[in-house]
Design a protein around this ligand. Structure first.
Ligand code: FES
Length: 148
């Protein structure tokens, strides 16, 4: 079986929503200290809905595919749905990622949450900070990376 699904390869080779939004309502960034990859998400919000979303990812193919899929999953959706997008949902939408590449999808979840938080902060919208608890990158993940 191929290491990467056709969907991963498709979103890696033809990533959707690449770029920046100059007048974004929220911008979020996430990075993985182990591999050094960085993802940035730009949101344009209208009527509490993700009217547009773009990303810039300096990272591996799985991170690019995860960014692309994640932006597709939240585009046109209510902000609350964007907030609840999990890395697992992103990986499932890509028909799976190898276990040692799951952390790449975590960047997408974290960057989107950071962008929503930035949107809330900029617009004076109150929220429960517990919703934005940072994902803990476990030591196990670091071990997986160093052995890959
Ligand atoms: Fe770090 Fe993919 S995001 S290897």
């Amino acid at each position: 079986m191929a290491l990467y699904s056709d969907k991963v390869m498709d979103h890696f080779r033809n990533p959707r929503n690449v770029g920046i939004i100059e007048d974004a309502d929220g911008v979020g960034e996430a990075g993985n200290p182990v591999c050094g990859d960085i993802m940035k998400i730009y949101l344009k919000i209208a009527d509490d809905t993700v009217a547009d979303v773009k990303f810039e990812t300096f990272g591996c193919g799985s991170a690019i595919a995860s960014s692309s899929m994640a932006t597709e999953l939240i585009k046109g959706k209510p902000v609350s749905e964007a907030m609840s997008l999990t890395n697992k949902a992103v990986a499932e939408a890509l028909d799976g990622l190898p276990a040692y590449k799951m952390h790449c999808s975590v960047l997408a979840e974290e960057a989107i949450k950071a962008a929503v938080r930035d949107y809330y902060d900029r617009h004076g919208i109150s929220y429960d900070p517990a919703l934005f608890r940072e994902h803990i990158h476990c030591a196990h993940e670091a071990d997986e990376k160093s052995s890959s």
